[in-house]
Design a protein around this ligand. Sequence first.
Ligand SMILES: C[S@@+](CC[C@H](N)C(=O)[O-])C[C@H]1O[C@@H](n2cnc3c(N)ncnc32)[C@H](O)[C@@H]1O
Length: 286
Amino acid sequence: MRKPKEKLKKSMEGNKKILESVKYKPYFSKGNFVLYNADCLKILEQLPENSIDMIFADPPYLLSNGGFTVHAGKMVSVNKGQWDVSNGLKKDFEFHLEWTKACHRVLKPGGTIWISGTYHSIYQCGFALQVNKFHILNDITWFKPNASPNLSCRFFTASHETLVWARKDKKGKHKFNYEEMKNGAWANDFLKKPNKQMRSVWAIGTPKTEEKKFGKHPTQKPVDLLVRIVVASTDKGDLVLDPFTGSSTTGIAAHLNGRKFIGVDLEKKYLDLSAKRYNDLKEGLL
Ligand SMILES: C[S@@+](CC[C@H](N)C(=O)[O-])C[C@H]1O[C@@H](n2cnc3c(N)ncnc32)[C@H](O)[C@@H]1O
């Protein structure tokens, strides 16, 4: 059997080959942290088949159509940018079908995908996964104990997002680091009891001030959430892809835990933020 160090070296060489197949010049590349400024479909079509261990995708919720929400107790517009504008139910679903299909091709057999969303998008994404023959493993409720109040007082206060976790195929073996989930350091989550199985409801606050010190992305995810996802479903040296990387919270969690990372985003300003966050990190474990 190959020793762990040799195995890691081999996987790093493999990563170089994978990146060589992408004809786009990376927008940022340091160590095993690579960012592309492009439509994710363009990058996905150039990546080799069966090359990625895990994908985390936080696709646009397609909500920026002139509405309002509450932030820090104030009414603010939900308009996040052109990338978040809905094109109607049918076209939005076609978009989810297309990118999930492209993700299916690049995932290794047994590789998994996570998609995050709210009720506005997550059911469409889940159905798109099923149409593309993914096998759904779990849905996770990410409960936000510090969610903003509902000012209209006409609805329940939205305080969670849903994550769907799925494997490439019905058959096959996926990675699940059961022991680390059960006995890892998850003390910040008041729902997780020590030495008990990790359940499917996770209590994790919205991003900490420290995580926004270089500026923030309008839909930035907390590092704690992505660390749990990366640790649960990958091993050291694995290659993680985020096709809608934004401020690259996925990449930060991947790097901190010794995983390789490819992120893609349409907007340079979010990749600049990603690069600042990466440069600020203390050396990862690799
Ligand atoms: C919901 S945000 C992701 C936020 C990210 N999880 C974080 O923690 O910062 C979605 C991102 O996808 C990008 N985006 C939208 N459509 C895209 C596309 N077709 N290809 C690549 N990026 C896209 C947007 O610019 C936006 O930054």
